[in-house]
Design a protein around this ligand. Structure first.
Ligand code: NAD
Length: 487
């Protein structure tokens, strides 16, 4: 059985505790993971604070930081296949996706390597003739990063990259479900030559390890990705240390298809939007809102495509849909499908948990027209699409915004003016028009409402890991006049 260690202060260590990791394709234990408890969390945060203020990292120029980031990017690219295999083994995400995604993760590090020495301060045109005033941008401090099981290397790269560019140090908490790829990534951090304590990588359970980390007095910012319920705990914990937070949460994203759309292309995008990654994607286009006149024809294309999806071992390059990451998640998806059917939703395809080993669930479509189905409101984080239809553009927009989430959305139409109206009207952080599930290090990403706040990607994300310091310098040699008047 493979055994992993965590990475604190430049050293690979066994945890205070130990827990087992399960291969979701078989349900068998395949590895042992180090469980960080309070003492390990404290050691990691203390190391990060020391590295921030005292170690070689504190004295490095931004260009030197950028060079380390370039090295890390090259190492991620060179080791992408190995990391992908680990992620697939530990989370069940199919290898054809993990290998492509991790190769692209290297580009995120490259992007932020280039940003490191472009974060500039400013000189203020101050309203006093004998003063020079500047703003310096300094790292925000020690950052706690907490990520969920899906795409851990990607979801951590969008935090680690900009935080390093800004000069921060950090403790990354991998999810207790599928932490192997992030723990292995620590070896690349070490090989790249980052000074000890700059990047610490641990794993452990949410209420113990995650909560201890989030409320640690030395943590200045918490970058969290996960569900809204956990985010509430994170925010409550931040009341202890008054750390700032950025929250990337779930979604119930609308996918609107008008009758004039290229239906074959829209159906492919819908398959990508809901069945890729077995639906365990925060941007899953899980609510299909389709124009009534094409509902039947579009659903029959979708049904055909869903039933042709190759389900199998996630390590097989041919497999398109693998298992869900955990038994808990499989149970959640099955229960919510059941509840939705009981509320009147009609099953178009899928819906039954298969017999046999592994946490599989088939691509499923629920017709929810005229039904108050919970599947329209609750996040599955699984391969289940809920369908409603509309007659008018206004109705489509109303249905799209009928959610407290606001992460992503898709609009499929050939009508340019309508596309513009919808991209303004939809309340979500991302609108994809005639495409879906596209991302880039250059494009900011994040949600509205229950989907969180803060943006990952782009230059703005790096600035979010800085804080400004205002420097006043008096240029006059005359003595300071009347000390009782504020100048
Ligand atoms: P989760 O919220 O249960 O767990 C996320 C992380 O939080 C894990 O590392 C967990 O250990 C930790 N955690 C749990 N309790 C904690 C606590 N009290 N204090 C601090 N940390 C704690 O999420 P999940 O079920 O693993 O992942 C699925 C969720 O993540 C979905 O809602 C999904 O939409 C969301 N997600 C969002 C994005 C995005 O970018 N917006 C991306 C991927 C996933």
């Amino acid at each position: 059985m493979q055994r992993f260690q965590y990475f604190i202060d430049g050293e690979f260590l066994d945890g205070e505790g130990l827990f087992q990791s399960i291969d979701p394709a078989t349900g068998d234990v395949w590895a042992e993971m180090p469980e960080a408890r309070e003492i390990d969390v404290d050691r990691a945060v203390t190391a990060a604070e020391k590295a921030l203020y005292e170690g070689p990292w504190a004295k490095m120029t931004a260009t030197q930081r950028g060079k380390l980031l370039y090295k890390l990017a090259d190492l991620v690219a060179a080791n992408a296949q190995k990391l992908a295999e680990l992620e697939t083994r530990d989370t069940g995400k199919v290898i054809r996706e993990t290998s492509a995604q991790i190769a692209y993760v290297a580009d995120y590090y490259r992007y932020y390597a280039g940003i490191a020495d472009k974060i500039e301060g400013s000189y203020l045109p101050i309203d006093k003739p004998d003063m020079d005033v500047w703003l310096r941008r300094e790292p925000v401090g020690v950052v706690a990063m907490v990520v969920p099981w899906n795409s851990q290397l990607f979801l951590s790269a969008v935090k680690i990259g900009p935080a390093l560019a800004a000069g921060c140090t950090m403790v990354v908490k991998a999810s207790e479900d599928g932490p192997a790829p992030l723990l292995e990534f620590a070896r690349l951090v070490h090989e790249a030559g980052f000074p000890a304590g700059v990047i610490n990588i641990i794993t452990g359970f949410g209420p113990s390890c995650g909560a201890t980390l989030g409320r640690h007095p030395k943590v200045a910012h918490i970058a969290f990705t996960g569900g809204p319920e956990t985010a509430r705990h994170v925010v409550r914990n931040s009341a202890e240390n008054l750390a700032s937070t950025s929250l990337e949460l779930g979604g119930k994203s609308p996918f609107i298809v008008f009758a004039d759309a290229d239906l074959e292309s829209a159906a492919n995008a819908q398959v990508a939007g809901i069945f890729a990654a077995t639906g365990q994607s925060c941007v899953a286009g899980s609510r299909l809102i389709v124009e009534a006149s094409i509902k039947d024809s579009f659903l029959s294309i979708l049904k055909r495509k869903a039933e042709a999806i190759r389900i199998g071992s996630p390590l097989d390059m041919e497999t398109e849909v693998g298992p869900l990451a955990t038994k808990r998640q499989q149970g959640h998806v099955a229960a919510l499908v059941e509840k939705s059917i009981q509320s009147g939703a009609r099953l178009v395809t899928g819906g039954q948990r298969p017999d046999g080993a592994g946490y599989y669930f088939p691509p499923t479509i629920l017709d929810c027209d005229g039904v108050n189905s919970p599947s329209l409101a609750e996040e599955f984080f699984g391969p289940v699409l809920s369908v409603v239809s509309f007659e008018t553009e206004a109705e489509a927009l109303r249905l799209a915004n009928d959610t407290r989430y606001g992460l992503a959305s898709g609009v499929f139409t050939q009508n340019l003016t309508r596309a513009h109206r919808l991209m303004k009207g939809i309340r979500a952080g991302v609108v994809w028009v005639n495409t879906y599930r596209a991302v880039s290090p250059i494009a900011p990403f994040g949600g509205f409402g229950l989907s969180g706040h803060g943006r990952e990607g782009g230059l703005a994300a790096a600035l979010d890991y800085t804080r400004t310091k205002t420097i006043w310098l008096r240029t006059s040699d005359d003595p300071i006049p009347d000390p009782f008047i504020m100048r």
